[in-house]
Design a protein around this ligand. Structure first.
Ligand SMILES: Cc1ncc(COP(=O)(O)O)c(C=O)c1O
Length: 103
């Protein structure tokens, strides 16, 4: 079962995606470039908040959000076992203890 269909999504937006990727390749700044600033501003507008911070991965976002909430050693985090391993990995990484609940 396919949960997502990136190929169809790509075909729908192919000209825009290809043009933007080519622009990045042409000037060669792959990290922290103007596209990132533009994306963060667009996402913030879309969600209706002042600021948006993009990160490299879903795992990074979970760690940053958990640390921002002050979760750490001595804390328990309730999560489900039926998900991607990052959810539990990050809980261990920040020194907390996962507590699994049945979904
Ligand atoms: C529910 C869930 N959390 C976290 C992640 C981790 O994302 P990443 O692989 O970008 O670190 C994934 C990745 O598939 C996910 O499905």
């Amino acid at each position: 079962m396919d949960f997502i269909d990136p190929k169809t999504q790509y075909q729908r937006y192919k000209p825009d995606i290809d043009r933007r990727i080519q622009a990045v390749l042409d000037y060669g700044q792959y990290i922290l470039g103007p596209e990132m600033v533009e994306l963060e501003a667009a996402l913030a507008r879309y969600v209706g908040i002042k600021h948006c911070l993009t990160v490299a991965s879903g795992t990074d976002s979970l760690e940053i959000a958990s640390r921002a909430l002050g979760i750490g050693p001595g804390d328990e985090v309730i999560t489900v076992p039926f998900t991607w391993i990052s959810s539990t990995e990050v809980i261990f990484l920040i020194g907390a203890r996962p507590v699994f609940v049945d979904i």
